[in-house]
Design a protein around this ligand. Structure first.
Ligand SMILES: NC(=O)c1ccc[n+]([C@@H]2O[C@H](COP(=O)([O-])OP(=O)(O)OC[C@H]3O[C@@H](n4cnc5c(N)ncnc54)[C@H](O)[C@@H]3O)[C@@H](O)[C@H]2O)c1
Length: 375
């Protein structure tokens, strides 16, 4: 039986707890930690942990790691704690499931990856949106070459948040580490990289257009050039926002053979005489039939990722969907490149190397644009 510790019992921890509990007897939540003891106690009662044999509630994660014996630690705290908590958990011999964003700098990500390598333990960074049947099907269509090259990709992460959202740890470079690009668009960025390929060049604009109580951006736009994968040589667009009424998360991949969109839609055009387009229902039917050949995912979302991670730990079984520490880092690199480009007002090349100011947290804090500086 796998013994799990959850650190941080706020909003997102509920989905971790529910996933572990749905897995039955093979996994047991044996400890939770929160600096807010009352919150942790409510969490323990709500998830029927409080009276379970061997269960402990802690307010200090160091104490939990030294007293308990955990195989897996779910880190559900705000981003500034992710690096130290991951490294300490790995050093204590546990595997780590880390909430997004992986960390607040590439240097922190690299320290986590080094600790995992040294300890011989695994890291998975939450990117639960991969665990969606239509995305899984499109991933297979693209990766198995049925659509040809990806010529253009769009990742559109449009949210709306009121001022209260930023009256918390959100909204400051120090406590959130960035704005909508880091904390919200990171999901769509992960999907873009996973489905299309890596980015070699990026130009961005960011702004704070409607949240006077936030230091960070509430709007981010990036144009990218891909340098590997199905999209190598192609271009893409990124949007992160907390000012979009109605919200809407969209992805679009224009491939040689068809347009693939989420919410799920396949379109295809073919040339009439003179090169003007007409619909190509045969290609749409062919790709739709190929999609239908791939069975739906048995479990989607958080629980899908958590089940895959537990299988990896228990049996070594790998999954084409499971996000690891390297994919978590790749998404952070795109966000840091976006901040660098916006601050420098020019196009930047990836990778960002260790001597780049945007590789470290100190560099980001020095060079980031502070829109409404907090005291
Ligand atoms: N995967 C997703 O879709 C998704 C969605 C929302 C949030 N998140 C991520 O989850 C993380 C947590 O977000 P949240 O919305 O649950 O935040 P939250 O503020 O609701 O909860 C964070 C909890 O961590 C506790 N905490 C803070 N410092 C601690 C420490 N040093 N030791 C122990 N506990 C501590 C707080 O008391 C609080 O209970 C963030 O990284 C966030 O970006 C992910």
């Amino acid at each position: 039986m796998l013994s799990v510790l959850i650190i941080g019992t706020g909003g997102i921890a509920r989905l971790h707890a529910e996933a572990y509990r749905n897995m039955g007897k093979s996994v047991r939540i044996s400890g939770i930690v929160d600096t807010d003891r009352d919150r942790a106690a409510v969490f323990a009662r709500k998830h029927e942990l409080a009276d379970a044999p061997g269960f402990s509630l802690y307010t200090d994660y160091h104490e939990a790691l030294s007293k308990g014996c955990f195989d897996l630690v779910s880190i559900c705290t705000p981003p500034p704690f992710h690096c130290a908590m991951s490294i300490d958990s790995l050093n204590a011999g546990a595997h780590v499931l880390l909430e997004k964003p992986m960390a607040l700098s590439l240097e922190e990500c690299d320290r986590i990856l080094e600790a995992a390598e040294k300890a011989g333990r695994c890291v998975s960074v939450m990117a639960q949106n991969r665990y969606d049947t239509s995305k899984a099907r499109i991933h297979r269509l693209i990766s198995e070459g049925y659509c040809g090259r990806v010529l253009y990709a769009q990742a559109y992460s449009a949210w709306w948040r009121g001022a209260e959202y930023y009256d918390t740890w959100h909204g400051s470079w120090e406590t959130e580490g960035g704005g909508c690009a880091l904390n919200l668009a990171v999901h769509q960025i992960d999907l873009m990289l996973w489905l299309a390929g890596s980015i070699g060049e990026l130009t961005a604009f960011i702004a704070n257009v409607n949240h006077s109580n936030a230091e960070v951006e509430d709007l981010a736009l990036g144009i990218v050039r891909f340098n590997s994968g199905a999209a190598a040589g192609g271009l893409g667009e990124l949007l992160g926002s907390t000012v979009h009424h109605g919200e809407g998360q969209r992805l679009l991949f224009q491939t040689e053979r068809a347009g693939l969109a989420f919410p799920f839609q396949i379109t295809a055009s073919r040339a009439r005489t003179g090169g003007t387009p007409e619909n190509d229902p045969e290609t749409v039917a062919e790709l739709t039939a190929l999609c239908d050949r791939y069975p739906p995912l048995a479990v989607e979302g958080f629980e899908g990722q958590i089940r895959d991670f537990v299988s990896l730990i228990e049996t070594g079984a790998t999954s084409p969907f499971l996000p690891d520490g390297k994919s978590g880092r790749a998404a952070i690199e795109v966000v840091m490149a976006l901040y660098k480009s916006a601050a420098a007002k020019r196009s930047v090349d990836l990778p960002l190397l260790p001597d780049d100011p945007f590789y470290t947290r100190a560099g980001l804090l020095e060079h980031a644009p502070y829109y409404n500086r907090r005291a």
